[in-house]
Design a protein around this ligand. Structure first.
Ligand code: B1M
Length: 210
């Protein structure tokens, strides 16, 4: 669809306001929000990711594209999320310490909300104790950690170790994800679940708590 192609191209150029306007236009025209997410926003982000890897674009370009992505997501969120009356469970979700990538984590938060969870989004660069303290405070069922860097994945292990030190490991369902994370890694560090994408994370969490 031409509109989604244009959205993807504007996202790659970091045109946040225009991306936002096109997301609104697509919604007004009745385009399925999931189609807007996958074909308008994520497709553009994936192209930028490939160019970043090949040194065709650099951090500033990626940063503005990411801002445009988040701007688009802010319009899309209410359509992707349909909250019921009673939450099915509670989740604290964040990107681990040292890691500033937030797009995947934002999607995970949205999908959890859409699956009926009350979600506390802790943001990025979240320490182990910050995850645990908030989980304790809100009586969470799930601690969800995202990591995008091979150098920050170890923070997931650190959080699990910290849960053990504080005698709280059995109290929480620990879920992990992010581009470098794998099922093997999850098993290795003793996480409960690895899921490859935001939608399956939310589905898994829902099926575990219900
Ligand atoms: Co970064 N970056 N980055 N970056 N960046 C990557 C991750 C990288 C793979 C690019 C590359 O070289 N090919 C590479 C990591 C290499 C590695 O460690 N293996 C990299 C690097 C090296 C860096 C810097 C070190 C660059 C530098 O400064 N020299 C630096 C680190 C900063 C830091 O965090 N301390 C850096 C900085 C940045 C920006 C700030 C410019 C920007 C982030 C802006 C932002 O997030 N607001 C950025 C971006 C945008 C990327 C790429 C291009 C795109 C990431 C993204 O948002 N993808 C990325 C390349 C890539 O991934 N192809 C790259 C879209 C998003 C929807 O996918 O987050 O994977 P993702 O989420 C997916 C799944 O992984 C899953 O669900 C989502 C799909 O539904 N998921 C979960 C995620 N979390 C989950 C949790 C779950 C379950 C599923 O359960 C709880």
């Amino acid at each position: 669809m031409e509109l989604l192609q244009e959205m993807s191209e504007l996202l790659q150029k970091g045109k946040a306001k225009k991306v936002k306007a096109l997301v609104q236009q697509a919604l007004d025209e009745g385009v399925d929000p999931k189609e807007i997410l996958n074909e308008g926003l994520l497709s553009g982000m994936m192209i930028i990711g490939g160019k970043f890897k090949n040194n065709e674009v650099f951090v500033p370009e990626v940063l503005v594209a990411a801002r445009a992505m988040n701007a688009g997501l802010s319009i899309l969120e209410p359509k992707l999320v349909e909250v019921g009356n009673e939450p099915v469970g509670r989740a604290v979700i964040g990107t681990v310490q040292g890691d500033l990538h937030d797009i995947g984590k934002n999607l995970v938060c949205m999908m959890f909300k859409g699956a009926g969870f009350e979600v506390c989004d802790l943001g990025v660069d979240v320490s182990s104790d910050a995850f645990i303290d908030k989980a304790e405070e809100m009586h969470a069922d799930v601690i969800g950690m995202s990591a995008l860097l091979s150098t920050t994945m170890c923070q997931m292990q650190a959080c699990i170790d910290r849960l053990k030190e504080r005698g709280l490991r059995e109290k929480y369902i620990v879920m992990i994800g992010g581009a470098p994370v794998t099922d093997d890694f999850a098993r290795q560090i003793g996480a409960d679940y690895y899921t490859p994408d935001a939608a399956s994370a939310a589905e898994t969490a829902r099926s575990v708590v219900l």
